[in-house]
Design a protein. Sequence first.
Length: 471
Amino acid sequence: MTVQGFFSAKANAAAQAYGIPRIAVIGRGFSGMMMAIALMKTVRTPFHLQLFDPNSSVSGGQALASGHSSEILNSRVRDLSVSAGDPDDFNDWLCSNAPFRSAVPAAIPGFLQIFVPKSIFSDYVYQRFSEALSSRRDITVQVSGETVVGLRRGRGGRFFVESAGVSNPLFDMVVLATGYGIADDQPQSGEPVATPTTVRARRLVSRPHTVLLGSGLRVVDRLLQMRDSGYDGQITLVSRRGFLPQSHTRSNADPVFPAEAMPSNLSEIVHFIRAACENAEASGQSWQSVMNGLRKHARSLWRSLPAGQKQQFNRHLRALYDSHRNRLPEALHVRLQQELAEGNTLLRRGHFLRRTPTGLTMRPAGQQGIEQIYADEVIDCRCQAPDLTTPLTQSLIDAGLAMPDELGLGLAVEATGALSVDGRTTDGLFAVGPLGLGSLPDIDLVPEIVMQAYAAAEGVAARFYPQCKAV
Ligand SMILES: Cc1cc2nc3c(=O)[nH]c(=O)nc-3n(C[C@H](O)[C@H](O)[C@H](O)COP(=O)(O)OP(=O)(O)OC[C@H]3O[C@@H](n4cnc5c(N)ncnc54)[C@H](O)[C@@H]3O)c2cc1C
């Protein structure tokens, strides 16, 4: 959906003229769109909202943009509601969608447990955004197509948002929703468009051969997309740990978790969870139910771990954890297993070293030697972490408005989205979504992003309009 032009810059001038509070959201991926919805539904007094992103349309970022992700989302409908306190909202939207209902009759009366294509989730998010907007005649929204390259305090504690080539008036509040950064095919500050993750090499092997780096959802996405579009060459997946996403269960896997207190030491916690999974399987439940239950404890567990153990988790266990939490719908998992069994797709465990003109070099797991792999194409599908070296993040850190979390995975962020520096929150500045990955487990997933966006919106309502109650 392209909304550029729907909301004119005149709104901006009007907001300034009437002294209406101005809020900037940087990034229009899922987190940015979610933040906009949460603000429009929560903050009951007039405001001007400006959404920055170099994407020319409201693309939905990595989760929703069609060029970047799989046809089928890997979360069930029950976990994708964008409405606070109403987990059935997406299901209700699907039930009221006649074309969807007639296409998926078997799931009537409810769709809570099914997996849907991302295009449908995307339609749902945009419709809720449009509805929230059309119900608010008292606010103005402006879409700006610039990359934000800096942020600093201006007069009266307000924020100066620096975007390439444009001078913006001061903002009362800023929300960072920059996720995994600018997508590869988006130019930064006027740079030419490039696709740095893909390298084509001179053909040295008789059959087409593509290497995909990584083993998470993006790899599976790309692999299945290539096969769907007719690619029948050899595909090699090169991954350090080699943990591919596990499968969802056919049934709903409602969360379960042992009632006993959890141990405080990382290795004992791992034993505890492993035993809980075994017990669940033995009693006819699934380990997936335990992983779903664990998510409810993840935040307090993470907070309680000393920094050294967090680092240990990050180095040795995160890939394993990710492969068990980011699961594939059963049908896709079966396809992946078939791909591997047929031999046309190979999983190689090892450390990717560098690209070469003819492919890449890697150090296979457990070996000292270096191996050269010939490939026509090497595509980087590894899980990214937020980039802390961008001009925007650097400007925040330099100005003392933000600091990296203790693992350096992202910025130090509270559950409410407030940024914190040495334990003190930064007034008027929030970060929603994956930027908080080192502070808040699972903050890269839809339910956690939704919760955080509403918490941040409540924070805005309370901070700027203390006399008003949020609805
Ligand atoms: C293939 C795939 C499938 C997924 N499936 C699911 C699922 O089924 N369930 C689930 O819960 N989660 C899923 N996720 C994860 C989750 O949805 C993502 O974590 C989510 O997309 C994060 O969105 P985001 O908006 O924070 O970040 P992004 O998608 O990275 O968007 C960030 C946006 O910010 C913009 N931006 C960055 N820097 C600047 C700047 N300086 N100035 C202006 N704009 C900027 C970028 O251009 C981009 O548009 C999936 C993710 C992927 C990739």
